[in-house]
Ligand binder design. Sequence first.
Ligand code: NI
Length: 196
Amino acid sequence: MTPHQKRLLLPIAVLAFGFLALVGTAIFIVSGGGERGHVATVGGPFTLVDQSGARVTEASYAGKPSLVFFGFTHCPDVCPTTLFEISEVLKRLPEGAKVSALFVTVDPERDTPTSMKDYLSSFDPRISGLSGTREEIDAVLKAYRVYSKKVPTQNGDYTMDHTAIVYLMDKQGRFVNALNLQQPPEAAAREVQRLL
Ligand code: NI
């Protein structure tokens, strides 16, 4: 080996090592970096309070497909419209169909069980209005990957920006898809009925 070849060996070794480290990192990232199975999960356990003041968990609604929607009672447009549409879907399900519909507040400071009860009296009585402590709500928002943000208004009050997806969950509590409410309520009801 000439001195020239020897001088080349070290940089080659460094390059080869660097390349292997990069490949290893890429494989680690692609495989989920040890967080496998965590990636596509939507939903999960929760502890909240319904509009009658009763403590509820995911087990309270087990064995039934469910529609889960996040919003707040002071919402000027999206929430009342969506709750009206959900009510229309529920009305079109077969008599006695075991389906849960959950309206979870993103604004627990204002949405107490009492205000949830008053607000929901305008909609289908099968809709459960779920509230809780800030921590309990934050946990369920995280589980469902819901975005929500307090936005101050001019009068010193505030409104909430929030994800307005209606999560369709199966009997096992697994996320199926976002329920499309742009379609006629009969068609949306059929989507829910398939999970019964
Ligand atoms: Ni809203």
